[in-house]
Design a protein around this ligand. Structure first.
Ligand code: PEP
Ligand code: MG
Length: 571
């Protein structure tokens, strides 16, 4: 078994086909006379022209159904091919260094590839493949024989390659190629992105072990886990055939739901959002049909490092998320550290009851230097998308007012500095402490929205440490006390005309979906992979049924009965 990075879910079972890389070699020939120099430049122009025609043909024949990513990549290739800098650099090598056009192109492209590969940003590093791709295309079109011979593959072929160019992946014939595995590559390489959007099972970054695969070996490719089984036994094949069917059925369901709205059979629309930690998550969330993010946990940016991130670093991070959200809303939660999320470089003293201690908004209101830095970074990023700000762990009205004073200071600073931001940015709070839930009527007057954090609300209401394995059975969101609080918060939000969503784990519990709809919840935020399942529940039920479930549950006196009932009605 070989393990790489699974980048495109699905199981492929087929035969290996080893794809050799097109070799490019320097000839070392020099050009001396003037006329020959002009001919070399002409050859280059012709090869670029041919390359542009080829890419335009690929664009014209591109299928919308394959997703927009492939098209965007091809358009980027047109831009690269038209880049005057490349022509200038090639001409310079021919004129000044007397290189022939083949060698000039190889060297210019190699320099550009190195430049991209050395970039900090992982995404930009992966763009080296595009430069290499157009370089190879130009080189192919420089040679007198022109076109590379078109391959034909037997059915159920799995391509094994050192690396694949974006063009290779875009023009891959999926009637016979069912998957590919590459020695190089990462999650954000174009080959991976296109494989995902075209539904080709793919594993990249397999390393040198992949070179041991021989032509015609029987392979099982698991695009989820990244495992590749070479010449597996009969039993493994049978197991994976069953897994493949399951995957296909699930993918079909996901596909059919992605662009459909979440709406009950009697027409009540529901917003399904994703809980995210960074810009990559936002991207995955789109693929799963999220309408934005109901919770960006910013503390993850502060963890796993040895110092606080600067305002600029935070700004870039939030901006990347805002851009990836493509105009959809993102609720940015301010720092929620302490409790179960310590920061090694912040030296918080150990506490007897960390969940009841110095954490989240309490730290921010004490260390306003940390808080204002984050608020300014979020505000600056709000110029690039629809961001909202949310304060965690709010227990009372004074905390909201104090947080808003710091926010106003941040706004004032940006004003003075002439930095743009969204002046209508909405402000909300997490409802995750019982006192906040019980006084939701008071808190609603202070903010634009609530988001119910059932993870903490449950632990504080029931006095059950959410991290303690020993008492995990006592951690029970179906407890009538928890449910009454949730229901009250939703009612109060409606009465006060503010938005209310839920971003705790209960939002992704399919057994609770109809109950929550019956309570009046219309905005659910969860890990993106749960969205299709929850959407499926919403789209197959009517509000009348949800209301009935709500009435019945609220009349029950214990969670064992409630849980059994919800399981039964959701069967
Ligand atoms: C919650 O408490 O429900 C919540 C969403 O926040 P976290 O899990 O990050 O504490
Ligand atoms: Mg919480």
């Amino acid at each position: 078994m070989i393990t790489g990075i699974g980048v495109s879910a699905g199981i492929a079972i087929g035969r290996a086909y080893l794809l050799k890389k097109q070799e490019t070699a320097l000839t070392g020939l020099t050009i001396t006379d003037e006329a020959a120099i002009a001919t070399e430049i002409e050859k280059f122009d012709k090869a670029v022209e041919l390359s542009l025609i080829e890419v335009n043909i690929l664009i014209d024949s591109y299928h919308e159904a394959n997703g927009s990513e492939g098209l965007e990549i091809l358009e980027a290739h047109i831009e690269l091919l038209s880049d005057p800098q490349i022509k200038e650099d090639v001409a310079e090598k021919i004129f000044a260094e007397k290189k022939n056009v083949n060698d000039a192109v190889i060297e210019v492209i190699a320099d550009a590839v190195t430049m991209f590969k050395n970039m900090e940003d992982e995404y930009m590093r992966a763009r080296a493949a595009d430069v290499e791709d157009i370089g190879n295309r130009i080189l192919k079109n420089l040679s007198p024989t022109g076109k590379a011979p078109a391959h034909t593959y037997p059915p159920d072929t799995i391509i094994i390659a050192d690396d694949l160019s974006p063009s290779d992946t875009i023009s891959m014939d999926t009637t016979c190629i069912i998957g590919f595995a590459t020695r190089a590559g990462g999650k954000t390489s174009h080959a991976a992105i296109i494989a995902k959007s075209r539904g080709i099972t793919a594993v990249v970054g397999c390393g040198n072990l992949l070179t041991e695969v021989k032509n015609n070996d029987l392979l099982i490719l698991d695009g989820q886990s990244g495992a590749i089984m070479v010449n597996p036994d009969e039993q493994t094949i049978i197991t994976y055939q069953a897994k493949r069917e399951e995957c296909q059925a699930h993918n079909l369901l996901l596909k059919s739901l992605k662009d459909k709205p979440a709406i009950t059979t009697d027409g009540i629309a529901v917003k399904l959002l994703a809980n995210i930690a960074n810009a990559d998550d936002m991207e995955q969330a789109h693929d799963l049909g999220a309408e934005g993010s109901g919770l960006l946990r910013t503390e993850l940016l502060f963890m796993g490092r040895d110092a606080f991130p600067s305002e600029d670093e935070q700004f870039e991070f939030y901006k990347a998320v805002a851009l990836k959200a493509k105009g959809k809303p993102v609720i940015v939660r301010t720092l929620d550290i302490g409790g179960d999320k310590p920061l090694p470089y912040f030296n918080l003293p150990a506490e007897q009851n960390p969940f009841l201690g110095y954490r989240a908004i309490r730290i921010c209101l004490d260390r306003t230097d940390i808080f204002i830095t984050q608020l300014k970074a979020i505000l600056r990023a709000s110029a690039f998308g629809k961001l909202k700000i949310m304060f965690p762990m709010i227990a009372n009205v004074q905390e909201i007012r104090a947080a808003k004073i710091v926010l106003n200071e941040a706004i004032e600073d940006l004003h003075k500095a002439g930095i743009s931001f969204d002046k209508t940015i909405e402000i909300g709070i997490m409802i995750e402490i019982p006192s906040a839930a019980i006084t939701a009527d008071l808190l609603a007057k202070e903010v634009d929205f609530f988001s119910i954090g059932t993870n903490d609300l449950c632990q504080y209401t029931l006095a059950v440490d959410r991290m303690n394995e020993k008492i995990k059975d006592l951690y029970d969101p179906y407890n009538p006390g928890v449910l009454r609080l949730i229901s009250y918060v939703i009612d109060q939000a409606h009465k006060n005309n503010i938005e209310v969503g839920m971003c705790g784990e209960l939002a992704s519990d399919a057994n609770a979906t109809l109950l929550l709809l019956g309570m009046g919840l219309r905005e659910f935020s969860m890990s993106a992979t749960s969205i299709p399942t929850i959407k499926n529940t919403i789209n197959n039920n009517a509000m009348g049924f949800a209301n009935q479930i709500y009435e019945r549950v609220m009349a029950m006196d214990n969670s064992t009965t409630i849980s059994a009932y919800l399981k039964e009605v959701n069967k």
